[in-house]
Design a protein around this ligand. Structure first.
Ligand SMILES: [Zn+2]
Ligand SMILES: [Zn+2]
Length: 358
């Protein structure tokens, strides 16, 4: 079958091959036919080595498709079911799951170190234990979450990562209050979802910050009340908050420099929410005096910061009710052969979300 493979960490091009096999099917597993997958910035970060990932590997973790086959012991799923791919499945039994923080469950994630593909040349890993830039993939049953019939595959794919991450940051983690002032730094697919989450929560002002003009324009369409480039951010803070700083600032880039900017633009007693996925050697610095004296709340948000199944259901309910717009987030569509062009469009900020149809 066909799949897009990265041979070595640090390369920026994938090779589309037709000699890949999905392996590992057996008890507790399901075989999926992927129909749509989104390009998430984490795929690019894993390719470049910012996020840890063994190679060779097949990127992609934001996918949806159909169940082809279910292994022994799998309940609640059968061949033909339409599902989205959850890259962080909850085991339901560990301390994190019992607390209701299934986004912190590591049980299913342990599969990430086991190759779930192979080629004549040897083993191939799937990103984060999934790997959706492929026609077929074998994953644990917990990674396959049934979706209602009215949710198209491409919409379900986005809910599998970017939308859940961004909406959840605003709703679950920061719990944006009605009437508050919000700034969102970084307006790709996750940042746009954060803006939509802040709007759903009733934020009065939402300032989008991004160096790319097309993303600033997009942010306005999705609910930002104004959109500025990074060098205009200080002005916006002055104008919108009389210099005090925003009630909430979301860092959706994953870099210490933008996190520091976000911290400085959060008001005293306000909330800095870290949404971007960054590198292990990039340290965020806060001095002990400001940490104590300014009482800013630093809240990291992982995969929406709440129960992931509940987050999916909520995203679907909001989308169905027309309260969030997911269709317009898909700015580009490609087939697997166009994957490298799509990666370039993501790197330059030209695309919000590219959907790969399989
Ligand atoms: Zn668990
Ligand atoms: Zn992602």
């Amino acid at each position: 079958m066909r799949a897009a493979v990265l041979h070595e960490i640090g390369q920026d091009k994938l090779e589309v091959l037709d000699d890949v096999e999905a392996v590992g099917f057996g008890p507790g597993k399901v075989r999926l036919r992927i129909r749509a997958t989104g390009l998430c910035h984490s795929d690019v970060s894993a390719m470049s080595g910012v996020l840890p990932q063994p190679a060779p590997f097949i990127p992609g973790h934001e996918g949806a498709g159909e169940v082809m086959d279910v292994g022994d012991g799998v309940t609640g799923l059968s061949a033909g079911d339409r599902v989205l791919v959850c890259w962080l499945p909850a085991c339901g039994a560990c301390p994190s799951c019992k607390r209701g923080q299934t986004q912190l469950c590591l049980a299913g994630f342990m599969n990430a170190g086991t190759p779930n593909f192979k080629r004549p040349g040897g083993d191939v890993f799937g990103f984060a234990g999934t790997g959706t830039f492929t026609e077929e993939v074998v994953v644990g049953a917990g990674c396959a979450v049934p979706i209602p019939d009215d949710v198209p595959f491409e919409i379900a794919a986005l809910i599998g990562c970017g939308v859940t991450t961004g909406l959840g940051a605003a709703i679950n983690t920061a719990k944006v209050e009605a009437g508050s002032s919000v700034a969102v730094i970084g307006c790709g697919g996750v940042g746009i979802s954060t803006i939509q989450g802040a709007r759903v929560q009733g934020a009065a002002q939402i300032v989008a910050v991004d160096p790319v003009a097309s993303r600033r324009e997009a942010a306005l369409r999705f609910g930002a009340t104004e959109a500025v480039s990074p060098d205009e951010f200080a002005d916006a803070k002055q104008r919108v908050t009389a210099g005090e700083g925003f009630d909430y600032v979301f860092e959706v880039v994953g870099k210490s420099a933008t996190a520091r900017t976000a911290y400085e633009n959060t008001r005293r007693g306000g909330t800095l929410c870290i949404v971007g996925a960054g590198a292990m050697d990039d340290n965020f610095q806060v001095n002990m005096f400001e940490l104590f004296f300014d009482e800013k709340r630093i809240l990291p948000s992982m995969y929406g910061g709440g129960d992931v199944l509940r987050s999916y259901e909520r995203a679907i309910a909001l989308w169905r009710a027309g309260r969030i717009d997911l269709e317009s987030m898909i700015t580009h569509r490609v087939r697997l052969d166009g994957i490298n062009d799509a990666l370039d469009q993501m790197r330059t900020g030209e695309s919000l979300r590219t959907c790969v149809e399989l």
